[in-house]
Design a protein around this ligand. Structure first.
Ligand SMILES: Nc1ncnc2c1ncn2[C@@H]1O[C@H](COP(=O)(O)OP(=O)(O)OP(=O)(O)O)[C@@H](O)[C@H]1O
Ligand SMILES: [Mg+2]
Length: 374
């Protein structure tokens, strides 16, 4: 069967856009699907407008694309399974695999799979009924998490006391939440791991990530090495493709897994400007069974550019960021609305003092974007 497209991406945000751009450089024809009409991905290649949980809409992607990958783990695996059936395709068309997606998209089964594989990760139990099981098994302080669909900390709460657990009852009593150990981490790390169809595994360098208000703020090369735990975590999911593995590092250096994303990840954006292969190209290579590229580059830092209360023309920000340091690379995603806190773009700086220069460039960007003289 001659298919019109090589790569389909479920979702049309910035991760889809940058994956498609990497694929296009390799001559591949790409299609995305998203409920939004003008998305970051639809600006760079053909796109279907449709609901991501609707098997029929998803089937249109499977029937036109040789391989289908995703930019977030929220598309229900059951909808994708139906779509694959409806389009008469083989399950192998989906990267990372249906089973890996289903395991990861429920944060509780993800934790269970890690425990079974002996990969260090917080203990977690379903939060249900009166919460007594969570109190006896996890105790306080505990972290409450939505099992499905959380991002940028939107499904994460802390309960230090029984009172606080009670205050959050309106959230969790409806079901779909879990409780887990609070990890008193010293820092957070992230590693991009790839797993090929042959089961070969490799990874990018370990990065340190700093979250502000639960949103990733800054990413820079770490002195710690999380690669062993990260690769074990990705392998435990049993899938194929690129995995973003978020890690905790304790005071004593012990590393445990926070969570896994079966796709390119915000913490891997530095690789667009580090001089070596990018996470997006590596993902595309693995998706199409091509040899993964060696990973080597200049230490690079990444700062996210978030929507602000007061914004003008973003291009003023771009000019200000670059004017003060020609080594700054600004990436803008083309989102139509700059809601406060929303990831609108990011900037990368390679080389000496990369983190400080990235932070300074972001300050210049924000000041000029708001219309305040830099
Ligand atoms: N068990 C825990 N102990 C301590 N802090 C935690 C724990 N789980 C999460 N956090 C903190 O909350 C942040 C967000 O949690 P998590 O990554 O699970 O949620 P998310 O909404 O999927 O986030 P994102 O989309 O930013 O990756 C983590 O980066 C970490 O700073
Ligand atoms: Mg996270």
């Amino acid at each position: 069967m001659e298919l019109q497209y090589d790569l389909g991406v479920l979702g049309g945000g910035q991760l889809a856009r940058m994956t498609i751009q990497a694929a296009q450089r390799m001559g591949l024809r790409c299609l995305s699907i998203d409920p939004g009409k003008s998305t970051p991905a639809s600006q760079v290649s053909p796109a279907i407008v449709g609901p991501l949980a609707d098997p029929q809409a998803l089937a249109a992607v499977f029937s036109q694309c040789a391989r289908v990958t995703l930019e977030n783990e929220f598309v229900p695996a059951s909808s994708i399974a139906k779509a694959i059936q409806m389009s008469g395709r083989d399950e192998g068309a989906l990267i990372p695999t249906l089973d890996a997606l289903a395991t990861i998209q429920d944060k509780l089964t993800q934790r269970q799979r890690l425990h079974e594989a002996g990969v260090p990760t917080p203990r977690a139990v379903a939060l249900q009924d009166d919460g007594a099981a969570a109190v006896s098994k996890i105790g306080f302080p505990m972290v409450l998490k939505a099992r499905f669909g959380g991002y940028d900390g939107k499904g994460t709460r802390y309960a230090r006391t029984p009172d606080e657990l009670e205050q959050h009852r309106v959230l969790w009593s409806g079901g779909g939440w879990m409780a887990e150990d609070f990890v008193p981490f010293m820092r957070e790390l992230a590693v991009m791991v790839w797993v090929t169809a042959k089961g070969e595994v490799g990874c990018f360098p370990t990065m340190e990530t700093v979250q502000v208000n639960h949103v990733c703020d800054l990413v820079f090369p770490s002195e710690s090495d999380g690669s062993k735990v990260a690769m074990a975590a990705a392998l435990a999911m049993g899938g194929v493709g690129l995995f973003g593995v978020e890690l905790f590092e304790a005071e004593d250096g012990a590393i445990s897994v926070n969570e896994i994303a079966p796709r390119p990840h915000n913490t891997g954006h530095y690789s667009l400007d580090w001089g070596g292969v990018s996470q997006f190209e590596q993902h595309v290579r693995v998706v199409f069974g091509l040899e993964p590229a060696p990973v080597d580059g200049t230490p690079t830092a990444m700062a996210n550019l978030l929507g602000q209360e007061r914004v003008g023309d973003w291009r003023r920000g771009l000019v200000a960021a670059i004017a003060g340091d020609p080594g700054v690379h600004v990436h803008w995603y083309g989102k139509s609305e700059a809601r406060p806190g929303r990831k609108m773009g990011h900037l990368n700086v390679a080389g000496l003092d990369a983190s400080d220069r990235a932070k300074a460039a972001r300050e210049r960007f924000y000041a000029a974007w708001a219309g305040v003289p830099a």
